[in-house]
Design a protein around this ligand. Structure first.
Ligand SMILES: CC(C)(COP(=O)(O)OP(=O)(O)OC[C@H]1O[C@@H](n2cnc3c(N)ncnc32)[C@H](O)[C@@H]1OP(=O)(O)O)[C@@H](O)C(=O)NCCC(=O)NCCS
Length: 343
């Protein structure tokens, strides 16, 4: 078979690089998305095609960052590419049949999550041409071993968007708007809403001393807290937060909780918001995202089922309502299921 060389793609988000995992029989490794140049194709066209096939995103080329000879007597080209805010999902390699795919995972990875062998290929592919990685490298000391540090810069409630929504850090008034309704009027619609009613005076007391400081403390504790706004008019309509994270068997996991002002119920806003939050948290390196709903909270149960969460146990008698013990149902989404989940 004639070889025309290959083209690879470096796509960066924050301090992470988009990587694909290949499995050949029992052997697995991470590499950049990319593949062989087809007859008549330019290396740039190959990079764009391969990124689309393997990661389901459409990329544009920023620059060529490396070019070196490979054993077949041809060249391997690497391009630094931009995908905007698209979220990569596992694609396929058309050279292999559906049940014999070598491509098994697509994920954002920090350098320190990649083994030395796979990382060495990244440097050869021109990572030093990308300013943040050049800065990263020059910041290392003189130790012989690879720096044993985990650089996490993104425990931040950054702005994220969906088609209809903007999620970002809120101001006190936004929380007051989201929780302004009288839940007591909504009691018995589906069970236990007084549980979610917030006292507005209490909200003010929490935040008024210094909301910025509280938000900074949350970030330091790896807690996220997004207010959800309607994109068309930036009215605050709900919130999504995480609880403090756990490290289970070396895997990071966290739990989400969410709430929407009743005016906006039933329009699919919360599933839309949860989807981008899960993308965000899995990109950040979480392995499991958990959630829970209480007995009788049919809407929340449905929202979690629609977003692909799976049952993960019951906390019996988690709390009491009118003297009656109420169970909480726990659900979970893991990185692998998320990468395959289709809405
Ligand atoms: C739970 C909540 C976030 C839902 O958000 P939302 O954006 O309105 O969600 P959806 O638009 O997807 O609608 C809810 C789903 O529940 C279904 N549903 C609503 N009432 C229902 C009922 N009585 N029986 C069965 N299904 C019901 C809806 O039909 C819809 O599912 P569908 O799309 O398959 O038709 C919102 O109701 C809320 O904020 N509730 C109070 C706070 C809360 O319970 N938070 C969760 C705890 S962490």
């Amino acid at each position: 078979m004639e070889h025309y060389g290959g083209a690879k793609c470096v796509v960066v988000r924050g301090d992470k690089i988009l990587m694909v995992k290949h499995r050949h029989d029992a052997r697995e490794y991470y590499t950049l998305p990319g593949g062989g140049i087809e007859k008549g194709e330019s290396p740039e066209q190959t990079a764009i095609r391969e990124l689309q096939e393997e990661c389901n995103v459409s990329g544009t080329i920023i620059s060529k960052i490396s070019e070196y000879p490979i054993p077949e007597g041809t060249m391997l080209y690497t391009f630094y590419m931009d995908i905007g805010d698209q979220n990569p999902k596992l694609g396929h390699d058309p050279e292999y049949s559906a049940d014999n795919q070598v491509l098994v995972e697509v994920r954002w990875m920090e350098l320190n999550e990649i083994c030395e062998r796979d990382r060495a290929f990244l440097w050869a592919s021109g990572l030093l041409c990308i300013p943040q990685f050049a800065d990263e490298l020059t910041s290392w000391g003189d130790d012989i071993s690879y720096p044993n540090k985990r650089i996490i810069k993104h425990y931040k409630t950054n702005l994220i968007q969906t088609e209809r929504l903007v999620l970002k850090k809120g101001a006190i008034d936004d929380y007051l708007t989201v929780y302004e309704y009288d839940f007591m009027k909504l009691r018995d619609i589906d069970g236990e809403f007084e549980y979610h009613k917030q006292d507005l005076e209490q909200i003010k007391k929490w935040f008024e001393p210094n909301i910025e400081q509280i938000q900074m403390n949350n970030e330091a504790a790896h807690i996220f807290d997004w207010i959800i706004y309607l994109k068309e008019n930036m009215i605050p309509i709900g919130d999504i937060c995480t609880h403090s994270e756990n490290i289970e068997n070396g895997n990071k996991e966290t739990e989400i909780a969410f709430n929407l002002h009743p005016t906006y119920w039933g329009k699919g806003y919360m599933p839309e918001a949860i989807k981008v939050v899960l993308d965000y948290l899995f990109d950040l390196g979480y392995e499991n995202i958990k959630a829970r709903y209480s007995d009788g909270n049919i809407k929340s149960k449905r929202v979690l089922a629609k977003t692909g969460f799976k049952p993960n146990g019951v906390e019996k008698d988690a709390w009491t309502k009118n003297g009656k013990p109420i169970h909480d149902y726990k659900v979970i989404m893991n990185r692998d299921n998320w990468s395959h989940f289709v809405f």
